[in-house]
Design a protein around this ligand. Structure first.
Ligand code: AP5
Length: 214
């Protein structure tokens, strides 16, 4: 199984991907997570990406495309993958198409998770993430067992810099201008699975798996 999770910031792509990789025994490729790991490690890629990310802007396409090319060539992708947060521009989608063609692979679906804007802002402003393993929580909707502590690895939870309100509004603007057009792009390829991304996390998971398995 190879598919894209498309949706606005805060739509729940990362939350759903964590359950979907267990279900299908495939890997999650989150460009946001890879970039954050590089920022944390202070690599040249991370140093370059940091200023874009903190302002809620997209990291340049050439940087992202070579990062994905390298990631997709790893052996753990052979069973399938979920692309979470990629592609985010039409150029990235074109590059992905060429890359998959070269690899002799096809996408099964583009799962579009739809959530109203007021919910996105609530979700992002209350999100807390593990500083060590990256697991995502929410102060109301998805609480850890012990406040401020990751259930999975016991490390502390943080409020991502780009989850502060001004940056969130910027990310949503960038999403509407640059990423939302991909819905049309993949509709033309007839691979879009539209999912109502509101309500209980497990119900959304059931909607996605039912759609993918239909
Ligand atoms: P990235 O990390 O990809 O951020 P994003 O797409 O903005 O997505 P998020 O991680 O914010 O949201 P999500 O949909 O995964 O939601 P989550 O499951 O966490 O990118 C960050 C930055 O990196 C970008 O701004 C850009 O600078 C750069 N970047 C990354 N990829 C790039 C690319 N391809 N090209 C260029 N630049 C790139 O859920 C959110 C919250 O809601 C959580 O607290 C969760 O617990 C809660 N929640 C989830 N589901 C529900 C539910 N059903 N009900 C209530 N709460 C819920």
């Amino acid at each position: 199984m190879r598919f894209i999770l498309l949706g606005a910031p805060g739509a729940g792509k990362g939350t759903q991907a964590k359950q979907l990789i267990d279900r299908y025994k495939i890997v999650q490729i989150s460009t946001g997570d890879i970039l954050r790991e590089n920022v944390k490690a202070g690599t040249p890629l991370g140093v370059n990406a940091r200023s874009f990310m903190e302002k809620g802007l997209l990291v340049p396409d050439d940087v992202i495309i070579s990062m994905i090319e390298e990631r997709l060539s790893k052996p753990d992708c052979s069973n399938g993958f979920i692309l979470d947060g990629f592609p985010r521009t039409v150029s990235q989608a074109d590059a992905l198409g060429s890359l998959l063609k070269k690899m002799g692979l096809k996408l099964n679906a583009c799962v579009y998770v739809e959530v109203p804007e007021e919910d996105l802002i609530k979700r992002l402003s209350g999100r807390r993430v593990c500083n060590s393993c990256g697991e995502s929580y929410h102060v109301f909707f998805n609480k850890p067992k012990n406040e401020g502590v990751c259930d999975k690895c016991g490390a502390g939870l943080i409020h991502r810099k780009d989850d502060h309100e001004d940056t969130v509004r910027n990310r949503l603007k960038v999403y509407h201008n640059e990423t939302h057009p991909l819905l049309d792009y993949y509709t033309k390829q007839n691979i879009v699975l539209k999912i109502d991304g509101t309500g209980d996390i497990n119900d959304i998971f059931k909607r996605i798996t039912a759609g993918l398995e239909a």
